[in-house]
Design a protein around this ligand. Structure first.
Ligand code: ADP
Ligand code: MG
Length: 676
């Protein structure tokens, strides 16, 4: 046995015996059978035993070690492109060995490339069980893992945490049977099915994993309910004045969601609510009213947005609404001058700023609030779980936990709502403000660009504005996208084609001041055509823009296309979105573009997108901070998830000690994340 691989195990999350027990094989090697060489079949992994009759290194063509192995029935060639002196010793002529690997037909008959090799002793019995192959990392050998896990299997008594009557109702096998069976499958089981994670043993594992998740989420929810938040009663003067000052009446959906938030904020339990509403449904004003309610109660509020452009736009709009009513609004972004940052931080810490709007800087910089009552996170899916929670932790200590309001245009699929987001209350704005005409979407091959330019001229001629969207900034940023038209190149090209129009260029690499200037000029109508990258994807609101052209549309994600398209159709006029695509278009790309063409409903698009991609991408790397599921798959395991949810509730109600033990077993230290 090799030395303990120590630190490297941490990377695999392996520390306690239970971590090893739950480190399950990727696949299996069947060393329980020996096949006579003459009966080896190409295309399968098989094991043979024989004596080495030749062993030589050839240098003809590629340098390699060729070994001939013989038994009574025939001869087999073993081929090694990488080998050590020890390999040659192990395979010296006259040695008896067992070899295992995929058999294939080669130029000199049947052969195995890089077989597993074992010295064989006459009469040595074959293993009684399949040999597991574990997920591993450099420096952690299979032999070491097998031995360590074998020890855990001997040392640990695998007890049931799920009460017998609840387990019986699921029809799943005992945990001890599942874990032992998966690590050391008896001969005769279908190893291929196990490797595909099929069968009742795997189901039991997935169920237990989902159960741990459900219990910990419920526990987090219960703990939150025990914390106290500053009560922010409804009916204050600022809310009434803001509502009266708005240039429009709230839609019925906005009013309903507004009331839900109003009631939450008045309670002493911290709110944790998500507003879902399609792009353009008017989430910002609902958030502003919530902020006003906090300010009415003498607390501060903060609003965090994922991009500087969006945060700045919120700042501009909200200042316009609230400053005339005497509210102090501060602005904080990473790119501010040090002195400006300090001023904003001071205003937050002293309580002089009643509302602080900004970007990630709100959590990165050392911002402390005097008495934060409400934290608002716009486009919440752009932030990681940990980031959202950190914003709330900036409150002054004596004030308790602030209320948390999140906004998102991306609907959460049902399975995710039941799992990762089970700790949220959700409000849906399912209505657009009146007078909006749905955007007309057109699919146009890039070859017909001239027609599109004609359309741009016509729009500009009648005083409307145009977005021209490109996927990236500079050519050669990334080899795979080098052929794409870059925004800067596009800008030059478009300027040459439309010399009579006023063009602007906006991309992520521009200095912030320039971004602000360009965006301001576009909003003021001083630019006809804004050539931009996806920096305008979220939240940007210029109602006079009625045409959007998206270059290389097949390169964008569906949610992204929908978000981009949401930048137009914000006024009362008919808007058009032209998706310029490059030919030939793959079948998959055509299918995806068709979805955006056919539907203008973000929820419908997300549903169909999810069906094409699965939920993994929805969660994405940004959700890191939550222990992701290792075995369960939220699409495939909906039924198990439902079962686990039911069992979680009953365990928490009737068997809290077992419930806690179950979470501990599965998540160990990681359980803390969920409670943060
Ligand atoms: P989103 O939900 O995508 O964040 P916004 O909050 O940016 O949408 O609102 C989109 C536009 O609709 C803004 O110009 C906003 O002022 C306007 N708006 C919001 N609510 C209404 C309403 N009830 N009636 C008319 N316009 C509204
Ligand atoms: Mg928005």
């Amino acid at each position: 046995m090799r030395r303990s691989p120590g630190k490297r195990l941490e990377r695999l999350g392996l520390e306690r015996d239970w971590d090893f027990l739950l480190h399950l094989p990727l696949r299996y090697i069947d060393e329980t059978q020996l096949t006579p060489i003459a009966r080896l079949a190409p295309g399968e992994e098989q094991q043979a035993e024989g004596e080495v009759v030749a062993c030589e290194v050839t240098v003809r063509g590629r340098r390699q070690l060729l070994v001939r192995l013989a038994d009574e029935s025939g001869e087999l060639l073993l081929r090694f492109f990488h080998f050590y002196p020890s390999t040659r010793q192990q395979l010296a002529v006259g040695r008896r060995v067992r070899v295992y690997g995929p058999v294939r037909g080669g130029p000199m008959g049947l052969e195995i490339v890089h077989p597993r090799v074992h010295a064989a002793h006459a009469g040595e019995p074959l293993p009684q069980r399949l040999t597991p192959v574990y997920p591993s990392t450099e420096g952690v050998g299979q032999a070491w893992l097998r031995a360590r896990i074998g020890r855990a299997l001997r040392d640990v008594e695998i007890t049931e945490t799920v009460p017998a009557e609840l387990l019986a109702a699921t029809g799943l096998p005992p945990l001890a049977e599942a874990i032992a069976g998966l690590h050391q499958p008896p001969p005769g089981v279908d190893a291929a099915a196990l490797a595909r994670q099929q069968g009742p043993w795997w189901e039991r594992i997935r169920f237990d994993e989902l159960l741990a998740q459900q219990i910990s989420l419920r526990t987090a929810r219960a703990r939150r309910a025990e914390r106290s938040a500053p009560p922010l009663p409804a009916g204050g003067a600022l809310v009434a004045r803001l509502q009266a000052a708005l240039p429009f009446a709230l839609t019925a959906a906005q009013q309903r969601v507004r009331r839900e938030i109003e009631a939450d904020l008045a309670r002493t339990v911290p709110m944790q609510r998500l507003i879902q509403g399609d792009v353009g449904s008017g989430k910002t004003v609902v958030a502003a009213l919530a902020a006003a309610q906090a300010i009415d109660a003498g607390c501060q509020a903060t609003l965090m947005a994922p991009t500087e452009i969006l945060a700045e736009q919120h700042f501009g709009r909200i200042v316009q609404w609230l400053a005339p009513l005497g509210v102090q609004v501060a602005w904080l972004a990473g790119k501010l001058k040090a002195s400006e940052k300090r001023a904003a931080q001071l205003a937050a810490a002293s309580g002089a700023a009643q509302l602080v709007i900004g970007t990630h800087a709100l959590i990165q910089e050392a911002v402390q609030f005097a008495n934060l009552g409400l934290a608002i996170v716009d486009e919440q899916h752009r932030f990681g779980v940990a980031q959202r929670l950190r914003l709330r932790s900036r409150a002054g200590a004596q004030e308790g936990t602030p209320h948390l309001l999140m906004l998102s245009a991306t609907p959460i699929p049902r399975t995710l709502a039941m799992s990762y987001f089970a700790d949220l209350d959700v409000s849906v704005i399912d209505e657009l403000p009146p007078g909006r005409q749905p955007v007309v979407t057109k699919l146009v091959a890039a070859g017909r660009r001239d027609e599109v330019l004609g359309r741009v001229r016509a729009e500009a001629a009648r005083g409307a504005q145009v977005y021209w969207v490109c996927p990236l900034v500079n050519e050669g940023e990334d080899e795979s996208t080098a052929e794409l038209t870059a925004a800067s190149a596009m800008y030059e090209q478009t300027r040459a084609l439309l010399p009579e129009l006023r063009l602007g260029l906006l991309h992520g690499q521009l200095p912030p001041a320039e971004k602000t200037e360009v965006m301001g000029a576009f909003a003021a109508g001083a630019i006809d055509v804004l050539v931009a990258t996806t920096v305008i994807e979220v939240g940007v609101d210029v109602p006079r823009a009625t045409l959007m052209v998206i270059e290389h549309a097949q390169r964008f994600g569906l949610a992204q296309l929908h978000q981009l398209r949401g930048r137009i159709g914000r006024g009362a006029e008919q808007s058009f979105c032209v998706l310029l695509y490059d030919e030939p278009l793959s079948e998959a790309a055509r299918e995806r573009l068709k979805i955006v063409y056919e539907s203008s409903d973000g929820f419908e698009i997300a549903r169909r997108d999810l069906a094409l991609r699965g939920p993994g991408e929805f969660l994405g790397a940004r959700q890191s901070g939550l222990p992701l599921l290792r075995f369960a798959d939220l699409e495939r395991d909906v039924d198990l998830l439902e079962q686990a949810r039911g069992v979680a509730l009953r365990m928490l109600a009737g068997h809290p000690v077992q419930a806690a033990a179950h979470v501990q077993r599965w998540l160990g230290a990681r359980a803390e994340y969920l409670v943060a």
